[in-house]
Structures are given as C-alpha cells and as structure tokens.
Design a protein around this ligand. Structure first.
Ligand code: NAP
Length: 290
C-alpha cells in the first residue's frame, strides 16, 4: 500500500483510508476484523466522526484498540467535530446545528480521545462549514489542542475554496486536507475549483463516498468495459479513477465487509491511461468534454 503525506507539514497516511461511518451496522467482532484486515492490507488510516453510529462508533473502535494494545501505534486516527443533532446521547441539542465554538471543539476532541481510548488524534476535521464559524475561536481551539499534544494535525470537510482559505488565514499552521465528496457520480470538484485550490496549496483532499455509497456498483456498467483490460473489478476501477488525479486524492472506502477492504487495497496498482480516464468521465457526465 502506498503511503503519502497529506501536506508537506501534514501526517503520512495510507492512500486508501477505511471509513467507519457504517460500522455500527455490523457486530463489534466484525469491527475488530475490519481493523485488523485493513492494517494487514496496509490501510493504516481510519476515518471517524464524533457522531457516527449516533455517537457510538468511536467507542466501539476504542474497545478494539483497548483489546489489542499494539494496534494504536500501527494506525493513524482521523475524527471530526462540529455537527450536533437531537439524540438521547446529546439531550442538550434541540435542533440539528453546527458548533465550531472554542468550547465545543475542545470538548469534542477530548471526548473523541476518551471514546477511542487513545492519547492523541492524528487529524481532527471540522465536519461541515458552520455559518457561525469564528476563525479566531477555531484557531484558539486548534492551537490549544496542538500545544497539549492531543491533536497532531487539523483539516476541514465539505468546505468551499473560499471557506478553506478564510480559515487558513487565521491559523499558524496549515490545514492538511479538505474531505469532500468526489466520485464518478460526484464530479463537480474536478471543475468547480475545489481540487484546483488543493493543487495550488499542496494539500491532498480526501474523497468521501468514493463509490457513491455503493450506487456505482449497481446500474449501467458499460464504461467499465475497461475493467477487462485492467483485470480489475468495478469498484477497483472507480477508486483507481480517483487515485489517477494529480491532486493525490485519498479515497475513504466505507465498506463493512473485510473482503471488500482487501479488494479496495488492490486498486492502488492500477494506472488508468488518459483516454480510459476520459472515457470514464464521459460515462459519468453523459457527454464528451468540449
Ligand atoms: N465528511 C463527510 O461529510 C462524510 C460524509 C459521508 C461519509 N464520510 C466518510 O467517507 C466514508 C465512506 O463513505 P461511504 O460509506 O458512503 O463510501 P463508499 O465506499 O462509496 O460506499 C460504501 C457502501 O458501498 C457498498 N458497496 C457495494 N459494493 C461495494 C464494493 N464492491 N466495494 C465496497 N463497497 C461496496 C458498501 O456495502 P458493504 O458494506 O456491504 O460492502 C457500503 O454500503 C465513511 O465511512 C466516512 O468515513 C464522510
């Protein structure tokens, strides 16, 4: 498995990341297996959020770490903060909202440390752009967590280029990623400036739902006639299509099946040639480029 820095001053992660969003739908034993199989395949980076599984997935993963003392040092842990919604576990939330206040960022990061049973987060992301985001408060929260060694690096998710640049201007260290939705069924970032900014700043984006939540595996597949040429499965080609982009996109695969983790890890060696890449883009957009 390839490994790469997200940014010159950022963490080194595996090019394919395992995403834990759906992992509450399987047993704790399967989560344990997903963690081990991922590590065995060289997928050492795990994407969490405080809210996944109604605030339960970090805790389940924390049990895996507690039961396997050598695992933590073999992996990089990513988590997110800032989304709040009404839940029995969060009785103070009356309405779905965002909270990027100093107090909430620090509380949430410390809670994630507790849930994940670790002393450090490799990367903390602001989950969604918050219309009430005060960049001075975010800078204070990030600096405090960094100085205390609780969070090593910071980034954002679902930010527009101007939101990214605005926050970056207030920070004494670089944001190391923007985690956005990119796939053959979500191609806007290729054309709307999202990836241009990443290339300009030398920041690697992460792609969430790189298989469109599995929808890419259903329906029409004629574009994937190239699959035979590459001796690859449809999902491997869809991941290889993202990996081919010069912005060094890190796809986050969301499968709950250990065998599909192994399948995804094999997309790394596939180098789609330029014309096949454009053929896949044509399939995705429904038209030739101009
Ligand atoms: N920052 C954000 O706002 C945000 C939003 C959404 C997600 N995320 C992150 O992105 C990660 C990935 O999102 P996602 O789960 O939507 O990603 P995905 O990899 O596009 O979709 C995974 C889904 O596709 C299904 N699938 C069907 N065929 C598959 C195949 N051949 N290989 C793999 N999966 C197949 C999986 O089912 P099986 O489980 O049965 O394999 C699973 O339900 C999440 O875990 C989370 O970490 C972030």
């Amino acid at each position: 498995m390839q490994r790469k820095k997200l940014h010159e001053q950022g963490p080194t992660l595996s090019r394919i990341i395992a995403g834990a969003w759906r992992w509450h739908t399987v047993s704790p034993a399967t989560v344990d297996r997903l963690a081990h199989v991922s590590i065995d395949q060289g997928i050492t980076s795990f994407d969490h959020a405080d809210i996944y599984g109604d605030h339960s997935n970090e805790e389940t993963f924390g049990h895996v770490l507690a039961n396997n003392s050598s695992l933590r040092d073999k992996m990089e842990l990513i988590t997110k903060c800032g989304i709040k919604f009404p839940s029995q576990k969060r009785p103070l939330s009356r309405v779905k909202h965002y909270d990027t206040s100093l107090q909430n960022i620090v509380w949430s990061a410390e809670n994630s440390l507790k849930m994940l049973r670790t002393d450090r987060l490799d990367l903390l992301l602001i989950h969604r752009p918050d219309p009430l985001l005060d960049p001075h408060e975010v800078a204070q929260a990030f600096s405090q967590l960094k100085n205390q060694g609780k969070v090593l690096h910071f980034g954002v998710s679902n930010f527009t280029p101007s939101q990214f640049q605005m926050l970056q201007k207030h920070l004494p260290f670089p944001l190391v990623t923007n985690q956005i939705e990119i796939s053959l069924s979500k191609i806007d970032p290729l054309f709307n400036g999202d990836l241009d900014l990443m290339l300009e700043l030398g920041v690697s984006p992460m792609a969430w739902s790189p298989l469109a939540g599995g929808k890419l595996m259903a329906g029409e597949r004629e574009v994937f006639s190239v699959a035979t040429k590459y001796e690859a499965s449809y999902s491997q080609l869809a991941l290889a299509w993202l990996l081919r982009h010069p912005a060094a996109i890190f796809p986050i695969v969301g499968t709950t099946q250990p065998d599909r983790i192994i399948e995804a890890s094999k997309s790394i060696g596939i180098n789609i040639d330029r014309q096949d890449w454009f053929e896949m883009l044509k399939w995705a957009s429904g038209k030739d480029v101009a």
